[in-house]
Ligand binder design. Structure first.
Ligand code: SAM
Length: 318
């Protein structure tokens, strides 16, 4: 069909726009998930590192948009996959995306620290830690100060603890502690004092502006926004990311078959350090990556998120 023949008249165009608008509303009302657009990092490296075997059963503890899961399922014949995420929206979107594999995937909604595989042992387990691009790019989730939104930051929207609860109700000393511990923020005490004096805060942007106002000018116009570390700290506290990781690391070697591999991608030293130490100290594991694997120049060029990604792999030896 040539372009002229397919061109719409202005009134037809209005009708189409009206139809799309109506459809969008209906999609929201039906709670059908939006596309979960997340580019998986270190894909080549994680798939090569796992050495996927035909008929094997793998666990993706952080399925997110299903990018890594899809590659695992496609890597060999008759691969089975158990896919976990604590975000229901990620599970719903990925169920649709990986529909062609539905007879080989089993989804589990919840925190990977609370997962119990029973007698099932896996040939390989992966975890790609932290939030997905969809969390950061969805204003209503409240993860980013780039958008004005309620202070939320929950990956699992069924849990009661939100960023607003922490910011508006926790004691000053506790706020300073999480900013320092989870954000490695040098000005943690000053920021906590100002927040307590000025609260309540309702939105991400109000909080970011208050933090920006209370720091020295040099800091205000530095390489990163002055609220970046506080937002990281809040996200880690809301989702109890480090305690979940610790529990997961303690359990994961017992979920592997002998020779099975565990591969973990982390994005900051607070995550990478426990992974490195745990792999090294576990009597059940043999470390396969003395140094963490990082992104190659071609990946760095098209996915900036891969800049801080570190992949460590270990195998169960007994
Ligand atoms: C970086 S994304 C994963 C992206 C995925 N590998 C892909 O290719 O699309 C991390 C995902 O893990 C989930 N997540 C983070 N911590 C979790 C935890 N403790 N338990 C379960 N899911 C978790 C988040 O909700 C998010 O969807």
């Amino acid at each position: 069909m040539n372009q002229e023949a397919s061109a719409l008249s202005p009134s037809d165009e209005r009708l189409v726009v009206h139809f799309i608008n109506t459809l969008n509303m209906t999609i929201e009302q039906l709670a059908i998930p939006p596309a979960f657009n997340h580019i998986p990092v270190l894909s080549r490296e994680i798939i090569a590192g796992l050495t996927i075997a035909a008929g094997g059963h793998y666990l993706d503890a952080t399925v997110g948009g299903g990018g890594h899961s899809q590659l695992i399922l496609a890597a060999a014949d008759d691969v089975k996959l158990t896919a976990i995420d604590q975000d229901e929206q990620a599970i719903a979107a990925t169920k649709i995306k990986l529909g062609e594999y539905s007879d080989r995937i089993n989804f589990w909604h919840g925190n990977f620290a609370n997962y119990n595989p029973g007698d099932q042992l896996f040939d390989g387990i992966i975890a790609d830690l932290g939030v997905s691009s969809v969390h950061l790019d969805s204003p209503e989730r409240g993860f980013s100060f780039r958008h004005e939104a309620e202070l939320d930051m929950r990956m699992n929207r069924h849990q009661p603890l939100t960023a607003a609860e922490i910011i508006n109700h926790w004691e000053e000393v506790k706020l300073a502690e999480i900013f320092f511990k989870y954000g490695e923020e040098r000005l943690s005490r000053r920021m906590a004092r100002q927040i307590v004096q000025q609260r309540p805060f309702q939105t991400t942007t109000e909080l970011a502006e208050a933090i920006s106002r209370c720091v020295p000018v040099k800091y205000r116009y530095g390489r990163i926004h002055p609220a970046t570390r506080v937002f990281q700290a809040l996200r880690i506290a809301v989702n109890q990311e480090l305690t979940s990781l610790e529990t997961f690391l303690n359990r994961v070697p017992h979920w592997l078959k002998p020779g099975g591999k565990v591969a973990i991608i982390s994005f900051h030293s607070l995550e990478d350090r426990p992974v490195k130490h745990f792999f090294r100290d576990s009597p059940l594991l043999h470390v396969l990556t003395k140094k963490p694997i990082t992104a190659q120049p071609d990946e760095l060029a098209h996915n900036p998120r891969s800049r801080s990604a570190k992949l460590r792999i270990a195998a169960r030896c007994i």
